[in-house]
Design a protein around this ligand. Structure first.
Ligand SMILES: [Zn+2]
Length: 512
């Protein structure tokens, strides 16, 4: 490994393939190469999907923290993903196009933009490269031909299929046994499939009912299977093998097993393609309030409408280890929003005391935009720290290096802010460095930025201000009953008064 920001702890990451935490050694000592499965752009992203990108972003920031540049690719799936991951059901994009009565390319474009916007709001760095499936159709066809030559495919009426019995250890990544997959109740079967786990490389268009998206291929007009694109684009842009492949845990059972099988057959090297396969766990909404079946769909926008800031969702993600289930409810999220406001308030108070520190003039955009620049943490931290500050940042590095143990980083942030002996300048340097990994924008957002007006709030900003003036007047005249009544009325309308603070009020999130 190259020189680290800290001589600190070696980075250790959980590999789903070996089911063990392993020391991470990048193939290129100067740069780590990561591929993350991206969204299928047929709808807005569910917050459960967005969790995957906060995780990947934390991984990427951690690699930077450890002194490595990162080449990161995320794909956009705009073709081939069926309603079931196992080649059954309808194409999600074609289906969305029918339901929304919009052109399929418009749908892809709209939801791609919406997804990128969600990431920006969560302060997730853009990847080095976005790669879109439909820009790689010819390469996918060529890849299919290579697989055909390798003798791992067979043709059916419906298209070209991958024979999963032809590669060693198919499904080693999955926790479920292959027998289990075979028994699974599937609504639809593909006639002639040799093994239940076999999957489509190319799906031939049906004779009747032309698809909106289809291309000519040696196997007839049609569209590529979903699993193909990730093998093609990851190996094209990152080489074979590359360092880390990430995705949600739902990809571990089928999609990533299929990618690995394709990579093995294509390279002929019996290598899974990536050295490390990392998966984040699910987001669980036990209240069921925001499930699709109740007509609510938990998107980032639906949270913002309630007055819940996206960065509070980021903090929520960090508060649970990425391999554990993340408990979600709007109440829990509102708790994280309150916590974030406290943190931002404390950092703002420090900033007032440390106006002229020279390191504050280093533009943070250098780090935020490229992700590859390490000048900021170096310059901020390499100036000597008192032993207590050194102890805290060493502990931070140790917890982070142990498979990204983010829930244990947050108490260290609290400890820094509440420390009785550290100077404001040292505290701020520590917080600035920690936030490079946490990505909470602690030095950049104001408490009032976090206070979003819920969509169904009954008052306008001007009405709130008028009430505040009235209340101030009442207090001046010692009419405390009236002042109290105004406070209660505002409270009932979702307004929190904060006497003696700037700003003097904020919106409370609407929880139901
Ligand atoms: Zn993928």
């Amino acid at each position: 490994m190259t020189q680290c920001v800290f001589s600190g702890s070696p980075l250790r990451l959980f590999n789903s393939l070996s089911r063990q935490i392993e020391e991470f050694v990048p193939m290129d000592p100067a740069q780590a190469r990561i591929y993350s499965c991206g969204p299928t752009v047929y709808n807005y992203a569910h917050i459960g999907n967005l969790r995957a990108y906060v995780f990947t972003d934390t991984l990427r920031r951690t690699l930077n923290w450890k002194g490595l540049a990162v080449k990161h690719v995320i794909n956009i799936t705009d073709v081939g993903h069926l309603t079931s991951d196992q080649d059954e059901g309808e194409d999600k994009m074609e289906m969305a196009s029918k339901t929304m009565e919009r052109d399929i390319w418009q749908i892809a474009d709209h939801f791609t933009r919406a997804f990128k916007d969600d990431l920006a709001q969560l302060n997730v760095w853009h990847p080095t490269l976005w790669s879109t499936a439909t820009d790689h159709i010819q390469e996918m066809i060529a890849f299919g031909q290579t697989l055909e030559k390798a003798g791992v495919t067979y043709e059916l009426e419906t298209g070209l299929y991958f024979d999963t019995s032809r590669v060693a250890n198919y499904g080693a990544l999955a926790s479920a046994s292959l027998a289990g997959q075979a028994e699974g109740a599937r609504v639809e079967r593909i006639e002639g499939k040799r093994n239940p786990s076999d999957f489509a490389i190319w799906r031939r268009s049906p004779a009747i009912g032309k698809r909106q998206m289809e291309w000519l291929s040696p196997w007839g007009p049609g569209a590529p299977g979903w699993h193909l694109e990730c093998s093609v684009m990851s190996l094209k842009y990152l080489g074979a093998p590359f360092d880390i492949h990430t995705g949600g845990i739902d990809h571990r059972e089928i999609h990533h097993c299929n990618e690995i099988a394709q990579n093995q057959a294509c390279t002929g090297r019996d290598h899974p393609g990536a050295n490390l396969w990392m998966h984040n766990n699910f987001l669980i909404d036990r209240s069921g309030k925001m499930s699709k079946s109740k007509g609510e769909f938990a998107t980032l926008t639906s949270l913002i409408r309630r007055g819940l800031h996206p960065l509070a969702f980021r903090l929520l993600c960090l508060s649970t280890h990425y391999r554990s289930e993340l408990e979600f409810s709007v109440e829990i999220l509102a708790g994280q929003l309150a916590r974030l406001k406290r943190l931002v308030g404390a950092v703002a108070a420090l900033q007032l005391k440390v106006e002229n520190a020279s390191w504050k003039r280093i533009p943070r955009e250098v780090v935020y935009s490229s992700g590859a620049s390490l000048s900021y943490p170096r310059q901020v931290l390499e100036a000597s720290l008192p032993p207590e500050g050194d102890r805290i940042i060493t502990a931070f590095d140790r917890e982070l290096a142990e498979d990204l143990m983010t829930p244990r980083l947050l108490p260290l942030l609290d400890e820094t802010l509440n420390h009785p002996r550290l100077s404001p300048e040292v505290k701020l340097r520590l917080v600035a460095s920690m936030d490079l990994v946490l990505g909470l924008k602690l030095l950049d957002v104001h408490r009032s930025d976090l206070s979003l007006r819920p969509e169904n709030a009954s008052l306008t900003e001007n009405e709130v201000l008028a009430s505040l003036t009235q209340r101030q007047e009442a207090r001046k005249n010692k009419e405390f009953t009236i002042a109290d009544q105004i406070r209660q009325q505002l409270h009932a309308a979702g307004i929190e008064l904060m006497d003696g603070q700037e700003p003097a009020w904020e919106w409370r999130p609407f929880l139901l």
